[in-house]
Ligand binder design. Structure first.
Ligand code: 5GP
Length: 187
């Protein structure tokens, strides 16, 4: 922790508020996929969505499977090259399944757009492809990404906790906090 710059955390969304909203998202998703004989696959984008996905699947009362993908961060290089690599792909076929991509935060939208994850799932004959995000920061959007389910809309703040990190720290917080940086907003 010594290498982190000086900053402080301020609670933005409590564990209770998260639990309530995740329960509501569960109901929303049950209603969106009412036919229990149609397979539903939730795909978490590592690592940030892992904690959210773990709670969300238990809030959905219908048959489902889950899996994870990992994509490289778009970083500075990608803003020119427009490339985000899929580092870990799905283990099984998506053919004929409803696929719901689960993300921690939709910020600029560049990761989902330039990983071509949604397009790739459609090309592999998923029955449908939807997106569920825990947090949406619309003011930072650079490319539009259609979102079917969204937990909270937040201001342009850097947040940590509930799976989300700063320099790999704070993922284990049960709540979501905003980070007040002394120096800079990280990429
Ligand atoms: P986008 O490509 O939409 O700009 O960003 C998506 C990814 O950037 C998120 O999945 C997350 O990994 C990271 N990200 C964006 N904003 C934040 C933030 O406020 N806190 C953290 N920890 N990660 C963020």
């Amino acid at each position: 922790m010594n290498s982190l710059p000086l900053h402080k955390l301020e609670v933005m969304i409590t564990a209770e508020e998260i639990a309530k909203r995740v329960g509501e998202l569960g109901r929303e998703i049950e209603e969106a996929y009412p036919h229990h004989d149609e397979p539903l696959l939730l795909v978490g984008v590592l690592k940030g969505a892992a904690v959210f996905l773990a709670d969300l699947i238990r809030a959905i009362n219908r048959p489902l499977e889950y899996d994870f993908v990992a994509v490289s961060s778009y970083g500075k290089a990608t803003q020119t090259s427009g490339e985000v690599r899929i580092l870990k792909d799905l283990d099984a076929s998506v053919q004929g399944k409803h696929v719901l991509v689960v993300e921690d935060i939709l910020d600029t939208g560049l990761t989902l757009r330039f990983s071509y994850l949604i397009e790739s799932l459609k090309a592999r004959h998923a029955k449908s492809v939807g997106v569920c995000v825990l947090l949406d920061k619309p003011s930072r959007r650079r490319v539009q990404v259609p979102v079917q389910h969204s937990g909270f809309t937040i201001e342009d703040r850097y947040v940590v906790g509930y799976g989300m990190d700063y320099a790999e720290q704070y993922r284990n917080l049960g709540y979501i906090a905003q980070v007040e940086f002394e120096k800079e907003y990280p990429d």
